[in-house]
Write a protein that binds this ligand. Structure first.
Ligand code: ATP
Ligand code: MG
Length: 598
């Protein structure tokens, strides 16, 4: 394994170091791959695994992916890509409640949008954990036969009382010493629907005095009559997540199983399950049984989850925001869901830069939302073409310019990329300019339009302000000016008149009056709901403002998801949902500068 880095290689982190070390040691050299997930016998029949490592991204299909998930996607798929491995797209759908096809579809969409896929070595590595229910059941019976699991009939209250505390050991269940044959018979009755939900559970038999509470005979199977989205009513018992997950990893020959820090205390149980199931056993009849799972076994590693200021990433809160209509849907551009971020104009490249920049560590921390915004700005600054937009329009009339005349001005599409060329913007007698580019009585240091002052109309002429009109309420409606014919940008002598101000404009005869949504942060507090507050009280009441803006004519042809810098304003994207051909609607992705710090 070469440790040589290409210039674009992501920075080292402790997980990459582990992977590189494992590859150098040849820790996974002997692994075989049976062509699909399966037990030890299945993989033994296959050839050497073409994948040097296997990782997985295992969302539960009970919600939409959010920015935190993006960190996990880039980590897991990124490792597989960089070390000649495969990352499995696995739906962890062992919980029969709350899982839906809609979520499955949006999750696969978003992972692909971020730039990853699961077809490798001629196979689609898209898996559903519920397809392993038969094996999981068999694994549970195997543990029972080997005396490692028992059926417990204590009530939920008794079980809680007997679990002990951090400082006190738990107490053994009165059912703990049932024989394997008895446990096996009861477990089969559970499976066959002979017992009520919650009346008994299967527990691992480990140690009720363990200092790690997760090892005090954790539950591994429960009775739950619920229709599963994949297996229907076939099962009325379902495995617990902590039992199912290591099995899923092992069946898929995952080498590095990466999860968030809350699972650190579960790692001993993860290893316990795998070791028991990989070891040859004897069944109730005394017959030797080979180990069910293949060595080398998967290993779990934990990293710090992403916590981001000004957003909520908990599924429960996101569901609450959507269901109670605080936002317009899962893809509302203000939500931190990936579907929302995409509509907002955030890009996969921006997320990649962000995940590289924040890195992967073992220490929990909060990341400032501005870091994410800066990444989006940086990417868009390079990729987005420039356009002109007047967001708060008032009229500017060039009184000495002939009525009905139109002339071409030339605006570069990207100041740092001359190869992107220039486009024509028409100049006429009546223009739209920004309201804030005129002041009746200028404040100190104001260089834009005010009576008798001169400014340059960007890409056009120098004009001198000659007057203005107000409506009955005293609001300025029109500004008047005269242009200096010899000063057109790009012509010889254009600079003969020096001015300090430079303003943008759009010809009112050619402008495209468009719906533009000015999005801002959904929450006004950095830590929504911190202290005793209800997080909903921290919603920003001004998180969206919809305006009609006057845009340069070329923007009429913007395709959904096309991104632009509106000069002096920020980055905007044509909404992928509400835009129709010839009538795009624009969303503000991010302003040019951070307006939140002060
Ligand atoms: P829940 O457990 O409440 O259903 P979850 O956010 O853990 O929600 P999963 O669908 O289980 O959602 O997550 C899939 C993967 O994404 C997991 O491997 C998890 O570690 C990772 N993940 C989830 N949230 C974050 C986060 N904030 N930062 C980094 N990784 C995350
Ligand atoms: Mg989870």
């Amino acid at each position: 394994m070469s440790s040589e880095k290409t210039p674009n290689a992501p920075a080292a982190n402790f997980i990459r170091n582990i992977v590189e070390h494992d590859l150098e040691q040849g820790a996974y050299k002997t692994r075989r791959w049976g062509g699909s997930p399966g037990d030890a016998t299945h993989h033994a029949k296959g050839g050497p695994d073409p994948a040097k490592i296997r990782t997985r991204f295992p969302p539960e299909p009970n919600g939409y992916l959010h920015i935190g998930h993006a960190k996990s996607v880039f980590l897991n798929f990124g490792l597989a890509r960089d070390y000649d491995g495969v990352c499995h797209m696995r739906f962890d759908d062992t919980n029969p409640e709350k899982e839906e096809q809609e979520y499955v579809d949006s999750i696969t969409d978003m992972v692909q949008w971020l730039g990853f896929g699961w077809d490798k070595f001629g196979t689609s590595h898209l898996y559903f954990a519920s397809n392993y229910f038969d094996f999981m059941y068999h694994a549970a019976e195997t543990l029972i036969e080997a005396g490692h699991a028992y059926v417990d009939q204590q009530s939920a209250d008794e079980m809680r009382a007997n679990r002990g505390t951090l400082t006190e050991p738990g107490k053994n269940s009165p059912y703990r010493d049932r024989s394997p044959a008895e446990n096996l018979a009861l477990f089969r009755e559970m499976r066959d629907g002979k017992h009520a939900d919650g009346s008994m559970i299967l527990r691992a038999k480990i140690d009720m005095a363990s200092p790690n509470i997760n090892l005090r005979d954790p539950a591994i199977y429960r009775i739950r009559r619920a229709t599963h989205h994949n297996t229907g009513d076939k099962w009325c018992i379902y495995p617990m997540y902590t039992f199912a997950h290591p099995i899923e990893d092992a069946l898929e020959q995952v080498t590095h199983s990466i999860c968030t820090l809350e699972f650190e205390d579960q790692r001993p149980f993860y290893d316990w399950v795998l070791e028991r199931l990989a070891t040859p056993t004897e069944d109730v009849g005394g017959n030797k049984q080979p180990g069910l799972l293949a060595h080398p076994l998967p290993k779990q590693y934990e990293f710090a989850r992403l916590n981001l200021t000004y957003v909520v990433l908990s599924k429960r809160k996101l569901i609450d925001l959507v269901e109670n209509k605080h936002v317009s849907g899962w893809d509302d551009p203000r939500l931190p869901t990936l579907a929302g971020a995409r509509r907002r104009g955030y890009t996969p490249e921006g997320f990649k830069l962000f995940t590289d920049r924040i890195g992967v560590s073992k220490a929990d921390s909060w990341i400032e939302y501005t870091i994410l915004e800066d990444c989006m700005r940086e990417v868009l600054n390079t990729s987005a073409e420039r356009r002109i937009a007047v967001l708060d329009p008032i009229k500017l009339v060039i009184d000495n310019y002939p009525e009905g005349q139109s002339e071409d001005c030339h605006a570069p599409n990207h100041p740092q990329k001359p190869e992107l060329g220039k486009r024509v913007v028409p100049l006429t007698r009546e223009l739209w300019i920004e309201r804030e580019d005129f002041m009746e009585a200028p404040s100190k240091g104001y260089f834009r339009l005010f009576p008798d002052n001169m400014v340059r109309l960007r890409y056009g002429y120098v004009v001198k302000c000659t007057g203005f009109e107000k409506d009955a309420d005293g609001i300025v409606t029109t500004v008047h000016c005269e242009y200096l014919p010899d000063t057109k940008s790009g012509t010889p002598g254009a600079d003969s008149v020096k001015v300090k101000g430079n303003i943008h404009w759009v010809s009112s005869a050619h402008a495209y009056a468009a719906e533009v949504r000015l999005y801002d942060r959904l929450f006004k507090e950095a830590n929504p709901g911190a202290g005793d507050r209800d997080y909903l009280d921290d919603l920003n009441p001004d998180s969206v403002k919809t305006i009609t803006a006057q845009l340069e004519p070329a923007l009429k042809d913007a395709k959904p998801e096309e991104a632009f810098q509106f000069e002096r304003h920020g980055y905007f994207v044509a909404d992928r949902k509400d835009s129709v051909a010839g009538k795009p609607v624009f969303n503000r992705t991010v302003t040019l500068r951070d307006a939140w710090q002060k």
